[in-house]
Design a protein around this ligand. Structure first.
Ligand code: GTQ
Length: 346
């Protein structure tokens, strides 16, 4: 590959003349912005142990009242991007949020899409677009772009959940903002029951759901877990026991930018994921798994989280020979497909 001219090769007065007119020569930076064969990846394989994070999050509950935080969150930041950027990957933001009994995180809406994966506790709920969504471990709750949401807690133990947002991408595109609102009236609960039987949806003639871009906002863990166990039992030869969280009206990704799925590793199973362009996040819902990211290995116990850069092969292995392991996966696939940059390499 041809070596290109450097900035220092140019006379100082020429460089100054360029700068004075807001001009930049491309060739000294060409290889940096278009590296050969593979992108320069800032996202590093990074691991966040729940055991280490949990006491610090509970401490935040003592140090900072909810009124002073609005959302009491510790951000899982990737050092490859710089911690202050609050990015897990180029497009994924991760945060662990704590809500204590009786607390209230007031209504707002924003342009980034969010989902919550409930990690521990019960009695809390999120109200999204008038729908009250109870939170229990392993449930996935969507708060897509532009929908009002607020969090409340009627229980008696701390509730913690993992927030996954496309905030870094939305911020980068200069489209990130929020609006505050007043407490919502609850107009429905448990609407996901309408979609609890595969292939059947409420009447498109009479149902309000079919008018909504996001008809299903809560995906109970009990349903996802049962679907995985059923898949493993009825299709023992299947390569990966994995289910995707989709819009039940369209069958497409449940949100526009990030994709979400749940994976079951059968007892003793090792699963090789091909190198694909999207970065990925793995969060252990139940059980214990080894995650090998092209030679960087992490051991995930229940509630641990890690991320892997794109273009990198990942191997997942169940560390138990007798129990299944369940992993929540978030990745950038919908974004890459829409942009036309999606690749599978091996
Ligand atoms: O719960 O609405 O982690 O607005 C970051 C921004 C959570 C939320 C986050 C948010 C929220």
């Amino acid at each position: 590959m041809q070596e290109l001219g450097r900035l220092e090769d140019l006379p100082a007065d020429y460089r100054e003349a360029l700068t004075a007119q807001n001009l930049v020569p491309l060739w000294p930076s060409l290889r940096a912005v278009l590296p050969p064969g593979k992108p320069a990846l800032r996202t590093r394989p990074t691991f966040w142990a729940y055991e280490g994070l949990r006491p610090l999050l509970l401490k935040a509950g003592e140090l900072t009242p909810i009124e002073k935080a609005e959302r009491r969150v510790l951000v899982l930041a990737n050092p490859g991007h710089g911690l202050e950027k609050m990015q897990a990957s180029s497009s994924i933001y991760l945060g662990m949020q704590l809500l204590l009994p009786g607390e209230w995180a007031p209504a707002h809406k924003h342009t980034p899409n969010a989902v919550r994966m409930i990690v521990e506790g019960s009695g809390a709920y999120t109200t999204v677009d008038g729908e009250k969504c109870p939170m229990s471990r392993g449930d996935l709750i969507l708060t897509p772009t532009g929908l009002w949401h607020e969090h409340g807690h009627d229980g008696d133990e701390p509730v913690v959940w993992l927030d996954v947002l496309d905030l870094p991408l939305v911020y980068y595109t200069e489209t990130s903002y929020h609006n505050d609102g007043k407490a919502q009236d609850v107009t429905s609960t448990m609407a996901e029951r309408s979609y609890a039987r595969g292939g059947l949806i409420p009447s498109p003639v009479f149902s309000r759901s079919s008018e909504r871009s996001y008809p299903m906002l809560r995906y109970p863990w009990a349903e996802a877990r049962a679907a995985l166990l059923n898949l493993a039992e009825t299709q023992p030869k299947i390569e990966a026991v994995q289910v995707a969280y989709v819009n039940p009206e369209t069958g497409s990704d449940c949100q526009n930018i990030l994709g979400f799925s749940a994976l079951m590793l059968r007892p003793g199973e090792t699963l090789r994921l091909p190198a694909r362009s999207p970065a990925m996040v793995f969060h252990m819902i139940e059980g214990a798994a080894g995650v090998d990211i092209d030679g960087t290995a992490f051991n995930l116990a229940t509630a641990d989280t890690c991320c892997a850069p794109g273009y990198t092969p990942v191997t997942l292995s169940n560390r138990s020979g007798s129990e299944p392991a369940f992993i929540f996966i978030a990745d950038e696939t919908p974004l890459h497909k829409k942009l036309g940059v999606y690749e599978v390499r091996s």
